[in-house]
Design a protein around this ligand. Structure first.
Ligand SMILES: [Zn+2]
Length: 110
C-alpha cells in the first residue's frame, strides 16, 4: 500500500467511527495473527487526550499502526526516539505524522 493509500485508510476508518459503523473485530484473532511479528502501516503521533485514542477513532485493529502519544502533540527526544525505532522496523508504509487533531483539520481541505 502507498502512503496515500494509508492516509485514505485513516480517513475511511475515521468516517466509519464517526458514523457509528466501525468494523467488527475479533481482537483475539488479531493478537494471534501478530504474535510472531508486527508490520504496522503507519506511525500515528497524537495527543494523550483520553477522548481521541487513534486506534479507535481511525478504526484500526491490533498491529495496524504504531501509536505515539504525548500531551499536546509536543514531540520531545523520548517520543522522537520511539518514532525512530518504529521507522527502523519492517512494513512501515506511511511516515506522515497525522494525529487525530491534524487529521480532522486535513479532512476539510482534502
Ligand atoms: Zn489534545
Amino acid at each position: 500500500m502507498t502512503p496515500d493509500g494509508v492516509i485514505q485508510q485513516m480517513k475511511d476508518g475515521n468516517e466509519r467511527f464517526r458514523s457509528g459503523k466501525p468494523r467488527h473485530r475479533d481482537l483475539m484473532r488479531e493478537v494471534k495473527a501478530t504474535a510472531k511479528g508486527q508490520y504496522p502501516a503507519a506511525i500515528v503521533f497524537s495527543c494523550v487526550d483520553s477522548r481521541a485514542p487513534p486506534e479507535l477513532i481511525l478504526d484500526f485493529g491490533i498491529g495496524d499502526i504504531f501509536s505515539g502519544r504525548v500531551a499536546g502533540n509536543v514531540a520531545d527526544e523520548d517520543i522522537m526516539g520511539s518514532i525512530g525505532v518504529c521507522l527502523q522496523s519492517g512494513g512501515l508504509e506511511s511516515r506522515a505524522g497525522h494525529g487525530p487533531h491534524r487529521l480532522r483539520r486535513h479532512q476539510g481541505r482534502d
